[in-house]
Design a protein around this ligand. Structure first.
Ligand SMILES: Cc1ncc(COP(=O)(O)O)c(C=O)c1O
Length: 187
């Protein structure tokens, strides 16, 4: 917590043992919103190669970055040690539609595909058709510009409201009231 939930590579090194098989890395992160920078990604990738463990890189929020950062594709630093797991749901706002993709070393992916087939057989057709259209069209780029601004303004409204209204007069609870000038209103 004292590091604002950022990854401390030196501390991470101390936690890796001969039994370590995989490290799950979420960046941009849920729930902290943190993004790992290139140096950290490179250091973690080097560690994975050195100690021979997998990095399972969850990149669900890779397109939702507001300011002061960019998404680092960690597979670039350790292509044989990274399996990236992704959902299509975040930027078009289709949580629950259960459609995503993975990428990684060519000998590992068929095994994961087999496991996915056994568990879900195939993703919903409606989701596949929607995402195929969304990914091909210019609508996505337009929507991304809109939604990043929208989420940023929601974040700013939440931060403002927390700063202003976080002092409830009693009990164990905090009440937050927030509203802002956008298409969405939160109270
Ligand atoms: C970090 C992260 N990865 C993956 C998912 C899965 O997203 P979905 O179930 O919408 O495909 C979520 C959803 O909240 C998430 O926060």
């Amino acid at each position: 917590m004292e590091d604002e939930f950022k990854i401390n590579v030196e501390k991470l090194k101390e936690l890796i043992t001969d039994k370590t098989k995989a490290l799950v890395l979420v960046s941009p992160d849920n729930p902290t919103g943190n993004i790992i920078d290139r140096d950290t990604a490179k250091a973690i990738a080097d560690l994975a190669v050195d100690k021979d463990f997998w990095i399972v890189s969850d990149e669900a929020y890779r397109t939702l970055i507001y300011e002061g950062g960019e998404h680092t594709y960690i597979y670039r630093y350790a292509p044989d040690h990274v399996i990236s797991i992704n959902t299509f749901s975040k930027d078009p706002g289709i949580p629950g539609w259960r459609l995503g993709f993975i990428y990684g070393p060519s000998d590992a992916i068929p095994k994961l595909k087999l496991a996915a087939e056994e568990m879900t057989y195939c993703p919903p057709v409606i989701a596949q058709k929607f995402v195929a259209a969304y990914l091909r069209s210019e609508v996505r780029l337009k929507h991304l510009r809109y939604i990043i601004e929208e989420y940023r303004s929601r974040r700013d409204a939440a931060v403002k409201a927390l700063r202003e209204y976080l002092l409830s007069p009693g009990s164990l609870f905090q009440r937050v009231q927030c509203s802002y000038s956008s298409t969405y209103h939160v109270t």
